[in-house]
Design a protein around this ligand. Structure first.
Ligand SMILES: C[S@@+](CC[C@H](N)C(=O)[O-])C[C@H]1O[C@@H](n2cnc3c(N)ncnc32)[C@H](O)[C@@H]1O
Length: 254
């Protein structure tokens, strides 16, 4: 199995849980996507790594068309059903990976991506594809969980993320994100961040983490050094805080 197959396997198996997960269904960043679409009124929008369609549904009232793509077919089935149930006839869902987006150059006015990029095998290829399909002057709105600058806390975070879900690749630091966006001419006009409490039991249940790995995770979190406990705000039950970056970017106009 290669990485993209592992992503599809992981999210096919857990798709329904992401439909109801409070962080995904009601996260504090969801209004940001709605507000961006409401002010930009894009003709054509694209949500990459759409999952069960939370962002696509938020964008739909303000766009002529919303394309929603995801590596997982089960996610696409749920997103399509929700668009149909919500009578959002302007949402078109299809299975596709970010490294190879099935859209013409400069065909999108707005591209969005939420909590997906840390699963991508090759972040540069993904950002290159997003920049390719975005028209000059178009907007890219991103949210993703980020790594602490502190290397010790970062190592612990990447380790627990991978143990929980093998489709995890890496959380970037905020400064690494800024450099990656700039390298693809996606200029951040506004950035912000928030912290989200990750409730341990929900977190592992959502990913269907095998019980043997749940035990290792609990052990790692319980015995994390004090600096890591403080930085990640680790609690007695293994719950912890994750930092989330929000970035509203603009592709340079011609
Ligand atoms: C944590 S879920 C977030 C889903 C959704 N954006 C949301 O906010 O609820 C991550 C999603 O990214 C998708 N994904 C991961 N890697 C991908 C890739 N390379 N191309 C397309 N989708 C990908 C997964 O299949 C999964 O549905």
């Amino acid at each position: 199995m290669n990485h993209e197959q592992d992503v599809a396997r992981q999210f096919d198996a857990t798709a329904a849980r992401y439909e109801t997960s409070p962080i995904h269904a009601q996260g504090p960043d969801l209004p940001l996507f709605r507000a961006a679409a409401a002010s930009l009124r894009p003709q054509h929008a694209l949500d990459v790594g759409c999952g069960p369609g939370h962002v696509a549904l938020a964008l739909a009232p303000f766009c002529e068309t919303v394309q929603a793509v995801d590596a997982s077919l089960e996610m696409i089935k749920i997103a399509s059903a929700r668009a149909r149930d919500g009578a959002c006839t302007n949402i078109v869902c299809q299975q596709a990976v970010v490294a190879s987006l099935p859209f013409a150059d400069a065909s999108m006015d707005l591209v969005t991506c939420r909590f997906s990029a840390h699963h991508w095998r090759n972040l540069s290829s993904g950002l290159q594809e997003i920049a390719r399909v975005l028209r000059p002057g178009g907007s890219f709105v991103l949210t993703d969980s980020v790594a602490p600058d502190d290397l010790l806390a970062d190592t612990h975070l990447q380790t627990i993320e991978l143990l929980r879900d093998t489709s995890h690749v890496r959380n970037l630091t905020v400064s690494a994100w800024m450099a990656r966006l700039a390298a693809h001419d996606l200029r951040p006009a506004h950035t912000d961040h928030f912290r989200v409490l990750i409730a341990f039991d929900d977190w592992v249940a959502r990913a269907k983490t095998p019980t043997t790995r749940v035990a290792v995770l609990k052990d790692l979190l319980r015995h994390a050094p004090i600096e890591v406990r403080d930085r990640l705000g680790i609690k007695e039950d293994g719950s912890f805080y994750l930092d989330v970056l929000t970035a509203q970017c603009r592709k340079a106009p011609l």
